[in-house]
Ligand binder design. Structure first.
Ligand SMILES: [Zn+2]
Ligand SMILES: [Zn+2]
Length: 431
């Protein structure tokens, strides 16, 4: 990231491209040398230059090219120019353990580290083909090879940047934080996580009933030791440990997921205290099941329909050839903004918390409307239970809002890919 004052200092600066010798004021089409020399170059001129270097390096007769012979070079250039390149890649757990996302990701397509380039040729991940450029030219004045920033093309979209940053943050936080916690003490971490999520959604009295315990503070004490964890009733343990998994699969309609949800909800239904006089858990479960059913058969269907349309229109812009999906193992919403397991895991972990915040907003809105229109209605449950209903509605609202944003980000990314393809192909064709 280049700080904004950097741009400001160049805003009115006159630039002369040392390749085409054209002169104009500095804008996003220019690259400034970072080697210390006072030189500027057009992004497009630099790209054409790189193209020429690689054509001469790899193809024996550059004047008489067979059709498509330069395809790997063009694809490498698209990879280089793509300012949101990480949307095309995901990392497996082994790569996380090799700390590759932290040390090795940023300069992947643009660096002079030959060992690393060879490494990426060697590993040949199927979603990240080894399209790596070999040379990046050198500064005509000081002869340094590391003399310029990546000539990136991005479109201005706050939503797209949001998704990109979110993916980047989770790439650091999840592998480092959560993985190490799970490795050190997996039982305690999953227990604490489940309990925290339950507490986000349910008030203390409902939780006491659900987990059949006199106070949930006792659970914090139990969680300190191995022996303590073992002394918690089995049904309560299952409810706490299984909650994250239940949330992750809430809209999953595969046979395994349905079976798991059915068993889980039955445990929740039967575990509770029978003499409890509050809002009944079976009722909450019934309504949330109905809501997910409606979500799956209306909103999700609509989203899939739009994604398919987007894919028909924009699949040709996905420059990684083998990214195209022959056996439909990649979901339709994963093509343009490819999301990794750590991003999805992070979303599932914070979902109840976001739902609680959204629920709070909706609750205040409800109170405001009630006050405005002088509605004298009061719910026939306790205030904390009434708030809980809003938490659950908040979770649904957050999920719908996030999926809509994701759809918009995909649409924007599709436009961006079109722009990248156009930029590279235009500059590599007209000689
Ligand atoms: Zn130029
Ligand atoms: Zn220089």
């Amino acid at each position: 990231m280049v700080p904004s004052h950097f741009f400001l200092s160049f805003r009115r600066k006159k630039c002369i491209c040392w390749i085409c010798l054209e002169e104009s004021t500095y804008d996003s089409t220019w690259l400034q040398h970072t080697c210390g020399c006072n030189l500027q170059i057009h992004k497009s001129c630099y790209l054409r230059w790189l193209y020429q270097i690689h054509i001469e390096l790899f193809l024996s007769d550059p004047t008489n090219l067979p059709k498509g012979a330069d395809l790997p070079i063009i694809t490498s250039l698209k990879c280089l120019v793509d300012g949101h390149h990480d949307f095309m890649t995901t990392f497996s757990l082994t790569e996380i353990w090799e700390t590759r996302p932290i040390w090795g990701q940023k300069p992947v397509p643009f660096q002079n580290d030959y060992v690393f380039n060879l490494l990426s040729l060697y590993t040949k991940r199927n979603n990240h083909p080894p399209y790596v450029l070999v040379k990046f030219g050198e500064c005509p004045q000081c002869k340094k090879t590391n003399f310029i920033n990546r000539p990136t093309v991005t479109i201005q979209s706050p939503v797209l940047s949001l998704f990109y940053q979110w993916q980047k943050i989770t790439r650091y936080v999840i592998p480092l934080g959560i993985t190490s916690l799970f490795l050190l003490n997996p039982e305690k971490t999953s227990f604490d996580l489940g309990l925290w999520q339950l507490r986000c959604l349910f008030p203390e009295n409902v939780l006491r009933n659900m987990l059949n315990i006199s106070t949930t503070k006792a659970l914090d004490v139990y969680a300190q030791t191995e022996r303590g964890l073992l002394s918690i009733p089995l049904s309560s343990s299952i409810i706490i440990y299984g909650f994250l998994h239940y949330l992750s699969n809430i809209s999953n309609v595969s046979a395994n997921a349905i079976l798991f949800k059915w068993v889980y909800l039955n445990i929740v239904k039967t575990a509770g205290n029978k003499y409890y006089k509050g809002i009944a858990l079976p009722k909450i479960i019934l309504y949330s099941n109905l809501a997910t059913f409606c979500y799956n058969f209306s909103f999700k269907r609509l989203l899939d329909l739009i994604y398919n349309k987007l894919l028909n229109k924009g699949a040709k812009n996905l420059y990684h050839g083998d990214f195209e999906n022959a056996n439909h193992s990649v979901p339709v919403d994963d093509f343009f903004v490819r999301r990794s397991w750590y991003t999805i895991l992070a979303e599932k972990i914070i979902w109840p918390f976001v739902g609680k915040c959204a629920g709070g907003l909706l609750f205040n809105l409800f109170l405001w409307i009630q006050k405005m229109f002088k509605i004298g209605w009061s719910p026939n449950c306790s205030p904390s239970e009434f708030r809980m209903i809003f938490n659950i509605i908040g979770c649904g609202t957050a999920a719908i809002g996030w999926s809509s944003l994701k759809l918009y980000a995909n649409y924007k990314r599709c436009q961006e890919l079109e722009e990248i393809n156009r930029f590279v192909e235009e500059n590599c064709k007209d000689e």
